[in-house]
Every structure is written in C-alpha cells, then in structure tokens.
Design a protein around this ligand. Sequence first.
Ligand code: 5GP
Length: 189
Amino acid sequence: MDLLKKKILEEGSVEEGNILKVDSFLNHQLDIAFLNEAGKEFKRLFADRKITKILTLETSGIAIASIAAQYFNVPVVFAKKIATKNLDRETYESDVFSYTKGRTYKIKVSKKYINKDDHILIIDDFLANAQAALGLMDIINKGGATLEGIGIVIEKGFQDGGQLLREQGVNLKSLVIIDSFENGKVKFR
Ligand code: 5GP
C-alpha cells in the first residue's frame, strides 16, 4: 500500500528495540482519511470471505478495526487486557506476551460476543512475534468460531510472527511488510 509506505517514511521513526513509532497517524493521533483507505484495502483483500465479526485487541487495534468494520458492515469486538488472575467463567481468556512492554498479560472476551456461528477477521496495527494474534486465535478457538483471516497494518517481516502464522495456514494479509531497520532507515519488502 503506497500511501502507507509514504506515511511511514515521512512520519515514522525507529526507536530502541526495533520499535517503529507511528504516533502521528496510527497509535496516538489518528489520521482518519488514511484509516479509511486502509479499511477499504482490508475489505478488498478479504472480499472473498464471509465475515460476521472483526476481533482486535485494546487499545491500538480498536481504531483501524472500527474503521475497517464499516466496509464489512459487521461489529467489532476488542479483547480486554486484564491484570487480575481470577478466572471468569463468563469470558474466554488467553495469555499474551507483549513485545513492546516486555511482560505477559491476560486478555479476555465475553462469551456473549463470540459464538460458533461467527466467522472472524482479526485486525491489528502491528505484527511482530504474533503473540497478540495467537492469543486472539486461542479465544476464537475456545468460542468454537471460525478464523477467516488476519489483517495487519504493519508487519515487521524480520520478526518471526508472519512466518509462524503462514506456516499454520492462516490467511494473513499485511498492508506493508518491513524487512529491516538499517541504521534507523525503514526497508520495505
Ligand atoms: P506481537 O504480538 O505480534 O509480537 O506484537 C504485536 C503487538 O505489539 C501489536 O499489537 C502492537 O501493539 C505492538 N507492537 C509490536 N511491534 C511494534 C512496533 O514496532 N511499533 C508499535 N507501535 N507497536 C508494536
């Protein structure tokens, strides 16, 4: 997606620990015109799939998932991150290791919002080691729903999440894939 490449080159910055900061359009301030284009592109990429729901993870996935959902005409469910270790019988839960925060946390979704008739598209802002995606897939599995695909805005191709998911046969589509951050410069695949 050329518009996204342009925005990453013009507005993104590479931070310590191979973190790409894109706060001006995706992770803090939201560029709605851009998000609309990204949402339309997800609709085009998954047009052949019957989608009944989009699933994401709070907080940074909510904006792009919500904008994309307008093109699919489906609701968005976001998994909540919880500190408590208490098991709640009314929720599906999974553990996720956060690459950016360096710690593991629990995510949960109410059983009311995932059921066996659902055909789910996961949408998230970044893909690194696929910990978030695997946690969401675990929840979809626990709910007996069907995973139709995963749509990612920015895939960091030098981390192993993309390969891991593709090897599992997941229908994974990323709007851009970054191959490296050489001397702070972004190189696209
Ligand atoms: P994963 O679970 O695939 O290892 O990491 C994906 C999650 O970590 C995303 O939901 C995103 O919030 C965060 N993340 C991973 N890498 C980056 C990055 O380079 N920049 C930003 N802003 N977030 C990232």
